[in-house]
Ligand binder design. Structure first.
Ligand SMILES: Nc1ncnc2c1ncn2[C@@H]1O[C@H](COP(=O)(O)OP(=O)(O)OP(=O)(O)O)[C@@H](O)[C@H]1O
Length: 266
């Protein structure tokens, strides 16, 4: 069964139409990826799920269901309480607050009492030991990668059943991006479903079981991540792979026509 079901979702910011008729599933326990370039509508998709479009003057039509229950009409805090938590793009940690206070803020409004928050904190520290070591420092002093860890840790404090991740690898050095990817896999392995939007297709396709390609607000390709990773279109446009077979075919065709010509002229 799909944990998250998005059907016929269209979103506009005033006159700007950002999503058109998007349907997408996140199966229970899976990582689903959404690929797309700048402005494709990836962040808008996550805002529609977390019910935060209103903060950006966006309006939407269509349905979003989580575990069969419609999220439409819920306030963003009720969406968090239902188990759906977004990690925003660009980290957006509270820079002047300590790491510990950032994490505490993540537990506000989450189900369960103090005991649950203490368990969540222990889990976050286990996943990201640096957040325990730097608990009393201002979040603004952390490196970009550590801030991404904090943003993810803060989201995990609400003990989500579905994590919405907005470009977690953006602006990070490859090694750090890889570490973040491994942690996403670990979080998923302990039972949290993930909707991951990424420009970094190579990371996203390695993590996800299913992927969608979003272009100018519309889903143009979808399927098993392995199939998308093998598709010429995705390799050329999102993985930066030059299609060598096509180049070889063109070479062969050119050579063949030269051969034919030389036979004619002989
Ligand atoms: N608050 C807003 N007001 C007006 N237009 C917006 C707003 N937010 C996004 N848009 C527009 O909606 C479209 C989709 O933007 P969105 O941020 O969802 O794309 P994205 O795929 O996440 O891109 P990026 O990777 O650059 O963040 C773009 O054309 C963008 O300019």
């Amino acid at each position: 069964m799909a944990t998250l079901e998005i059907r016929a979702l269209s979103v506009a910011y005033g006159p700007v139409r950002s999503l058109r008729d998007v349907s997408l599933d996140v199966p229970d326990g899976a990582i689903t990826a959404v690929l797309g370039g700048n402005g494709a509508g990836k962040t808008t998709l996550l805002r529609a799920v977390s019910r935060t479009l209103g903060f950006h003057r966006g309006t939407g039509t269509g349905t979003v269901r989580f575990d069969g229950q419609p999220l439409d009409g819920l306030r963003p805090d009720r969406v968090v309480a239902a188990g759906v938590v977004q990690v925003p793009e660009g980290r957006q940690v509270f820079a002047r607050m300590t790491v510990a206070d950032n994490l505490r803020a993540g537990a506000l409004g989450a189900p369960g009492g103090r005991r649950a928050a203490a368990d969540a904190l222990a889990r976050v520290h286990e996943l990201f030991p640096v957040l325990a070591r730097r608990a009393h420092q201002s979040a603004g002093l952390l490196s970009g990668g550590e801030q991404q860890m904090l943003a993810m840790g803060r989201a995990l404090m609400a003990r989500p059943r579905l994590l919405l991740l907005d470009e977690p690898s953006l602006g990070l050095a490859p090694l750090m991006a890889q570490r973040i990817a491994e942690t996403v896999r670990e979080i998923n392995a302990s039972g949290t479903s993930v909707l991951l939007v990424e420009q970094n297709a190579s990371i996203a396709l390695r993590l996800a079981s299913t992927a969608y390609v979003l272009e100018v607000g519309e889903v143009t390709l979808e399927g098993p991540a392995a199939e998308l990773a093998a598709s010429d279109e995705v390799r050329r446009r999102y993985l930066g792979v030059v299609d060598e077979t096509a180049a070889e075919d063109a070479d062969r065709a050119a050579t063949a026509s030269v051969r034919t010509l030389s036979r004619w002229s002989a």
